[in-house]
Design a protein around this ligand. Structure first.
Ligand code: FES
Ligand code: FES
Length: 161
């Protein structure tokens, strides 16, 4: 089938099997490789993308559901000021990462900060319940998100609170 959708702000179309996974389409048809093929069962977050504004596992999205949707991958999000806030916050808090599931961590961080610029621990742990990251300490990650929120407030309002 031919599917048309918006990918990182551009109208695209591609011919694929109707049940081909979005993560595979991104990697094989568009050479966007930040979304990784990890568990392929929705349990690790390594394949995360923004799918119509929500962080979603692209391994569970078949091609026929992509039709008419809007998708942003980490490659697209990395072009934004919001991405820079998060990277600066992670760096300032000493968040260590092997990179494997960065796409999930960064996109979930963004969604969390959009909802609350100073999320509490409960919100943090709830938001990250679908991310199985083996290399980043949760408390470091939480500190990185709080730091990113302060950086964002300074960037937008010229102050941190
Ligand atoms: S590869 Fe999609 S959630 Fe693990
Ligand atoms: S970044 Fe998640 S396992 Fe390393």
């Amino acid at each position: 089938m031919t599917i048309r959708f918006i990918l990182n702000g551009e109208d695209v179309e591609v011919s694929v099997e109707a049940n081909k996974r979005l993560v595979t389409i991104l990697r094989e048809n568009f050479f966007l490789v930040q979304a990784k093929s990890g568990c392929l069962s929705g349990g690790c977050g390594a394949c995360s993308v923004f799918f119509n504004g929500a962080v979603s596992p692209s391994c569970l999205i078949p091609a026929f559901r992509v039709q008419g949707s809007e998708i942003v991958t980490l490659e697209g999000f990395s072009q934004t000021d919001e991405y820079q806030d998060i990277i600066a916050g992670f760096s300032g808090a000493g968040v260590e990462s092997c990179g494997y599931c960065d796409t999930g961590k960064i996109l979930v961080s963004e969604l969390l900060l959009e909802q609350n610029i100073r999320p509490d621990r409960e919100e943090f742990y709830r938001a990250f319940s679908g991310i199985r990251c083996r290399c980043t300490e949760p408390e470091h990650l939480y500190a990185g998100i709080l730091a990113a929120g302060e950086i964002r407030q300074r960037r937008i309002y010229g102050r941190s609170s």
